[in-house]
Design a protein around this ligand. Structure first.
Ligand SMILES: *[C@@H]1O[C@H](CO)[C@@H](O)[C@H](O)[C@H]1NC(C)=O
Ligand SMILES: [Zn+2]
Ligand SMILES: [Zn+2]
Length: 445
């Protein structure tokens, strides 16, 4: 054996020493005790009493879906449940938002978040708790998200003595395009908060599993609408008109070249024209055509650059056909990219491994979808992950935003237990760090 191998052998045990020393020297919990917390939370969350509680909440919210910034009844339900549990909260933030506080009211502060809004669509699932509101449906699982956060609150209340810090429960409005998270931040939801965790239910991953990745996980997104105006007239006499339909067609094709010819092929981007409106008759050229769509990219710089090029292409391409155009980007708020903090990724993996086992932590590619959770991760370290719902015995499950969307209620226990464990362990482990820092500064004196 040569010298370098000897050095390596000597070094390996040392790598494990600092962590175990830190834990055994403090009066708190041993690594074994820390590892048991997620298991105990899951056991508790799977007890009929907690399951029935969450399922009941979820079904009540499901029957009365409310759109972004109109979650008045949902918000009232959240507050009455927090009252019942004796949890203090702030309200209103961002119109209907609620922020609850469990623990000492002192640092560390760690937030767990749920979105509350439903979608403007008709439910096609025939079941006992089908939406009772025409044209509105919880088809993204946000009813389950609220139920899981309230379930987590119950779990955390049961272990209050361990919380030498504060868990901040963030119930936010308007995730679906309204940017409720931004308004929550403006209204002080993240005051003192050191880190935030958020989850989304997903039919893509099996029940009992979680999926996530460090770094970028969801794209930034922007929306645009453009009016291309010409001069209408008889469809058989085009020479007396300025045809906005042909101009709009060229605009749409040219917009597609932004990605195929201007973007780095290795940098994922999307431009989609999803809306086109113009004309109403077979023999009339209309005065104008309206188009609209969305664009996605993984950086804010990329988003701003794409926005500028979209505007240029629409204006200039319209003018090629003698039309004028106006472009608006204020139809919906832009969302930044969602990026998972690397240190929180390690924290998440530790907790999920302790609770579910290492084979239940699935990696995933970034998605071009967007989440307003990104507003939080812009300000403080944040972490977003998916909780699996897929269960072959339930038949084919449609993904979010489908009128046939069904939520596997067995997933609620996992989400609640993960919320509670991530927050509790975050406080315990960061408490240890600040205690250790205190101790070492004593030593120096
Ligand atoms: C485009 O705008 C210019 C300047 O306002 C105007 O003179 C022209 O008539 C417009 N053309 C169309 C097709 O609307
Ligand atoms: Zn959604
Ligand atoms: Zn959603």
């Amino acid at each position: 054996m040569d010298f370098s191998k000897w050095v390596l052998l000597l070094l390996i045990p040392c790598l494990f020493i600092p962590r175990s020393c830190l834990c055994s020297s403090k009066p708190g919990l041993t690594p074994e005790e820390l590892a048991r917390i997620p298991v105990e939370f899951l056991n508790l969350a799977q007890k009929p009493e907690i399951v029935d509680y969450m399922v009941g909440i979820r079904r009540r919210i499901h029957e009365y879906p409310e759109l972004g910034f109109e979650e008045f009844e949902t918000s009232k339900l959240v507050r009455s449940e927090l009252d019942r549990m004796g949890i203090q909260y702030k309200h209103p933030l961002a119109v209907t938002g609620v922020v609850g506080y469990i623990g000492t009211g002192k640092p560390p502060f760690v937030a767990i978040r749920a979105d509350m809004d439903a979608l403007e669509m008709e439910e096609s699932v025939e079941w006992e708790h089908k939406s009772k509101v025409p044209g509105k449906m919880h088809a993204c699982g946000h009813d389950g998200h609220v139920a899981m956060l309230l379930g987590a609150a119950k779990l955390l209340q049961g272990r209050l003595d361990e919380l030498q810090g504060t868990v901040v429960l963030v119930f936010q409005p308007a995730e679906e395009g309204g940017g409720g998270a931004k308004k929550m931040i403006d209204d002080g939801a993240l005051e003192n908060v050191d880190a935030i965790f958020g989850l989304h239910l997903s039919v893509k991953f099996p029940i009992g599993a979680v999926a996530t990745r460090p770094g970028p996980i969801l794209a930034a997104c922007g929306f645009f609408e453009a009016v291309i105006s010409g001069k209408g007239g008889h469809a058989a006499i085009p020479q007396h008109t300025i045809d906005p339909v042909v101009a709009a067609s060229n605009v749409i094709i040219s917009l597609q070249h932004l990605i195929s010819r201007e973007a780095d092929p290795l940098d994922s981007q999307v431009v989609t024209v999803a809306k086109i409106e113009g004309g109403g008759a077979f023999n009339v050229i209309p005065d104008s055509v309206t188009i609209g769509g969305t664009f996605r990219v993984f950086s804010m710089d990329g988003l701003i650059q794409l926005k500028q090029r979209i505007e240029e292409v629409i204006m200039r391409q319209a003018s090629v056909q003698r039309c004028n155009a106006t472009v608006s980007f204020s139809v919906k708020p832009f969302y930044p990219p969602t990026a998972n903090d690397k240190a929180l990724h390690e924290h998440f993996k530790n907790i999920a491994r302790d609770m579910l086992g290492p084979d239940k932590i699935l990696g995933m590619e970034p998605l071009m979808g967007s989440e307003d959770f990104s507003f939080y991760t812009e300000v403080i370290p944040g972490y977003f992950y998916y909780v699996g719902m897929k269960d072959e015995s339930l038949g084919k499950m449609e993904s979010g935003h489908s009128p046939h969307y069904r939520l596997n209620e067995d997933s609620l226990s996992y989400g609640a237990a993960l919320h509670a464990s991530l927050a509790t362990r975050y406080i315990l482990e960061n408490q240890q760090k600040s205690d250790a820092a205190k101790e070492s500064s004593h030593d120096e004196l």
